[in-house]
Each structure stands twice: as C-alpha cells, then as structure tokens.
Design a protein around this ligand. Structure first.
Ligand SMILES: Cc1cc2nc3c(=O)[nH]c(=O)nc-3n(C[C@H](O)[C@H](O)[C@H](O)COP(=O)(O)OP(=O)(O)OC[C@H]3O[C@@H](n4cnc5c(N)ncnc54)[C@H](O)[C@@H]3O)c2cc1C
Length: 340
C-alpha cells in the first residue's frame, strides 16, 4: 500500500518503521527538516522507564512499556548504524534526610505491583552499584535509555535504504483517508497517518502542551554508569548518561505552551540538582539547553483513533519513547494488517 505519514517525531518514525517492515511504500511529511529538530522528540532524554514512571501511570500502560522495552532491541537490530542504548537500569536516589520521599515513591509502585521487591539501598549498598554517588540512599529499577539523536540519524539511513520518500518543510493543513494537502502540494495515498503531536492541536481541542526543559552537557569527569533520578519535593531531576560522556539533565514540567528557550530559573535548578548528584558537573561544558512542549491529553495518557479513515496517535506526554514502539505496532496490526 502507498501510505502517507504526517509527522516525523518518534510516533511518525515508528509508524514508518513498522510499515517498512511490512513492505509498504512510505511517504513522510514534516514541518521541519528530515532531522526533525523541530519535533518534541528531538529534545527527549530517551528514557524507556516503565518502572520509574509507574507512579504516574495506570498499570496497563506499564505493561505496554514493558512490551516496548522488548521492541527496542528488535528495532535497533534492523538499523544500519549503531545507536547508543543502555539497559543498566535506573537508580532513584535522595539524601538520607529525605528518606520519606523515597519510601513514598516505592509505595506508589508497590501499590500497583505488590509482588515487586524494591529494597531501599543504604549509601554503601548504592556505592557498590554506582561508586560515584556520595551521601545518597536509593533504589534500583529495571529501565533502559536510548540516544534520540543517534536513533534519528540511524532511522534516516534505514529509511533511505527502504526507499522512503520525505516531504520536508511542508506545512500540512488537511489530512483525509486518502489525501494529504500541504502548502506545497496535493498528494494521494491508500492510507494516511496523523502523527503531528502538538501540530494537531486545532483538531484535538483537549490536547495541550506541557513544557519541558533539558540541558545537554559534556562531562568527562562524571563517571555515572546508570540513569539517575533525584527525588526532590519541588525540583526532581534526572541525569541520563548518553554517548561519549554526554549527559542529559532534565526535565522541568511546566503548565505552559511556550516554546521559548529555557528560563534562567529552570537552568539554575537543573544545574544545581546535577551538582548535588556529582561534583564532576562543575567542569562540564554545555552543549545545548532546549525546551519543547509535550503533547498531552487531560488524563496524561496516549490517545489513538481511526476517524474518517485517518489513523491518529497522539498525547504521548512524557512517554513517547517508552510507549510508541508497542502502540504503533498495535495500531498497525489493528487497522492496516487486518485490512490488507
Ligand atoms: C524535555 C523533555 C524530555 C523528554 N524525555 C522523554 C524520555 O526520556 N522518554 C520518553 O519516552 N519521552 C520523553 N519525552 C516526551 C517525548 O518527547 C514525547 O512524548 C514525544 O516526543 C512525542 O512524540 P510525537 O511524535 O507525538 O511528537 P513530536 O516529536 O513533536 O513530532 C511531531 C511531528 O509532527 C510534525 N508536524 C506537526 N504539525 C505538522 C504539520 N501541520 N505539517 C507537517 N508536519 C507537522 C512536526 O514537524 C514533527 O515532526 C520528553 C519530552 C521533553 C519535552
């Protein structure tokens, strides 16, 4: 089938990947370039965290996240170049004086998974797993992280090898079951997908943006092996080791649809939290500070529909990388495979 996909964030790309695997003819439309630098997905830390995000999620979505964890190695194995992906897990930490926060966090997970054992690790137990951490207690959760930048580069190479056609710098204004119309032209397809994230706001009145800000730095003196989540009553933060001593330090969660650059306040908060975790960040060099709006529904859960013949997936909030591999597969199985 000839299939048109609008949007080249993580949702549009994973739709395209699953459809390429089924030998469909794929056309991707995007507002920006083929690098998708305008997409919210390009700003993400790439955590795939069905356990660490469980306090925020109904159990069903945790299970979809576990399925997605299994999808990622299969996806990466098809890509023509290496993508940095770690599955060492996440350490959720706090200073011992804030032990209540950690107990509450674990209680929220155990409320949903009563049989999961999550022991609180003392400072010395924590240091056996992550020697660089000082003055912290914590717990270990099984999670993974992927580098969105490397992933998108490798996916572009894969799409080239599959003869996927790109329509970059196209502002699409109409999507019907068989047509995509942009400021540059009119195109016909057998099926269409709407993966526009916040770009679909006018068509989904309840979709809102939740602003997130993140810092990327190069920190040769930071020797963290795991992703770290620092619990804090006001400014929780995470630190994700990426390729070549690059670290993502994120992320704010602000009820705002502003796409303006990071505020001084958020930058100071994120940096001071990172310094609390590892003093080596003092000598790190800033690579980028970014901000984007997470496409979010009122219940903070993904939203999919087949309406007037257009297949849509949106509302990924904090969980695009964590849920999209499995959700895109489910939608394609339901609405494309069964229609062949
Ligand atoms: C700071 C931050 C950190 C995050 N960290 C994580 C994380 O660690 N793990 C995780 O799972 N999630 C994370 N997220 C959330 C994740 O980034 C989002 O859930 C995800 O990016 C949503 O993907 P999407 O494809 O729906 O939207 P987007 O990535 O925004 O993609 C939308 C695409 O649609 C295109 N488009 C829109 N309108 C039009 C139009 N009219 N015409 C043509 N093209 C159009 C855009 O050009 C873009 O390519 C994070 C988010 C932020 C902000």
């Amino acid at each position: 089938m000839k299939i048109g996909i609008v949007g080249s964030g993580i949702v549009g790309r994973l739709m395209a990947w699953h459809l390429c695997q089924r030998n469909h003819e794929i056309y991707i439309f995007t507002k920006g370039s083929t690098q998708s630098e305008d997409a919210c997905s390009s700003v993400a830390a790439g955590m795939i965290s069905p356990f660490a995000e469980l306090p925020l999620l109904p159990l069903m979505w945790h299970k979809i996240g576990l399925t997605a964890l299994k999808w990622w190695p299969k996806i990466l194995a098809t890509l023509p170049r290496h993508v940095h992906c770690r599955n060492q897990g996440t350490l959720v930490i706090c200073p011992p004086r804030q032990k209540d926060l950690l107990q509450h966090y674990i209680a929220q997970i155990k409320h949903k998974l009563p049989d999961l054992s999550i022991p609180i690790l003392s400072e010395s137990e924590l240091q056996k797993i992550e020697p660089a951490l000082c003055g912290m207690i914590g717990c270990y959760l099984l999670d993974a992280q992927i580098s969105p930048t490397e992933l998108f580069e490798a996916m572009n190479d894969y799409f080239s090898s599959q003869q996927v056609t790109w329509y970059p710098f196209q502002q699409v204004h109409t999507i019907t079951a068989t047509k995509i119309i942009s400021d540059k032209g009119y195109y016909e397809f057998d099926k269409t997908f709407d993966c526009r994230g916040m770009g679909a706001k006018n068509d989904i009145p309840t979709l809102r943006g939740v602003r997130g800000e993140i810092i990327f730095c190069h920190a040769p003196q930071v020797d963290l092996l795991h992703a770290i989540r620092l619990l804090h009553p006001r400014f929780p933060c995470y630190i994700v080791p990426q390729e070549n001593k690059k670290f993502a330090i994120g992320a704010s969660q602000i009820e705002s649809e502003s796409n303006a650059t990071i505020t001084m306040q958020s930058a100071v908060e994120l940096m001071s939290q990172a310094l609390q975790v590892h003093p080596g960040f003092h000598d790190s060099n800033m690579i980028q500070m970014q901000a984007a709006c997470r496409p979010t529904m009122p219940n903070h859960l993904p939203f999919s529909q087949l309406q007037a013949g257009v297949i849509m997936l949106n509302g990924m909030f904090r969980h695009g990388f964590m849920l999209a591999p499995a959700l895109t597969f489910q939608l394609i199985e339901k609405w494309i495979d069964n229609d062949d």
